[in-house]
Design a protein around this ligand. Structure first.
Ligand code: AMP
Length: 215
């Protein structure tokens, strides 16, 4: 009777670990946040720790540009301006990632979905595989911090879209087209904000707490 909800939750989690019971067929995590919020850095660490497949749509598109493929050349015209690549292109990319990883332990999606259409299509694709989005981790930062980080990254990596005018456009696109997803995932009780300023390890520890609460 005296057990608090938290203590009960911990007992249930211990029980689950003890019997190696998997509450989910797959563990699908969306990394959410503005450009420069640290999604990529944290997604790599999550994928490594929980044995999930890391999928960065930005990296996939940059590889296509590197290969000078038709898709890459089309995507480049949008990326260079800081605009989003059309939904249909991204949905096809994610569909093929899913086809290839049907038996994976789960996915960490980094940079997808970025529009409501993409979120709805993602739900349809996952439903078809009888698995949902389990968790949306939102890295919260401030615009000044994002601009500083992206300008620093430009010096380190020379990424074509890390120029000040393009960065400002990407932040605007994030506000107009991607932020509406916050309400979409809040409604489903999947939205988990994490303070995104601090040490990489400190932020990762906070993210792991959110994941461990679920599994
Ligand atoms: P990122 O590496 O995630 O910052 O993405 C770099 C650029 O790739 C973005 O500014 C977009 O032009 C494009 N991109 C990546 N993911 C998506 C997406 N889910 N929808 C539309 N465009 C995307």
């Amino acid at each position: 009777m005296g057990l608090t909800m938290m203590a009960m939750g911990e007992i249930i989690r211990k029980f689950i670990r003890l019997f190696n019971y998997k509450p989910f067929k797959m563990l699908n995590i969306i990394m959410f946040g503005a450009p420069g919020a640290g999604k990529g850095t944290q997604a790599i660490k999550i994928a490594e720790k929980y044995h999930l497949i890391h999928t960065s749509t930005g990296d996939i598109l940059r590889a296509e540009i590197g290969n000078k493929s038709e898709l890459g050349m089309k995507a480049k015209t949008f990326m260079d301006k800081g605009e989003l690549v059309p939904d249909a292109v991204l949905v096809d990319i994610i569909r093929s990632v899913m086809e290839r990883n049907k038996t994976a332990k789960g996915l960490v999606l980094d940079g997808f979905p970025r529009t409501l259409v993409q979120a709805e299509e993602l739900d349809k694709m996952l439903n078809a595989n009888h698995t949902p989005v389990n968790l949306v981790i939102a890295l919260e930062t401030k615009d000044e911090e994002l601009i500083t980080r992206l300008l620093k990254r430009a010096l380190e990596t020379g990424r074509a879209d890390d120029k000040e005018d393009v960065i400002k456009q990407r932040l605007q696109v994030y506000k107009n087209q991607t932020e509406p997803l916050i309400a979409y995932y809040k409604k489903q009780n999947k939205f988990h904000p994490v303070h995104g300023i601090g040490s990489i390890e400190g932020i990762f520890a906070d993210i792991c707490k959110e994941i461990d609460n679920l599994i």
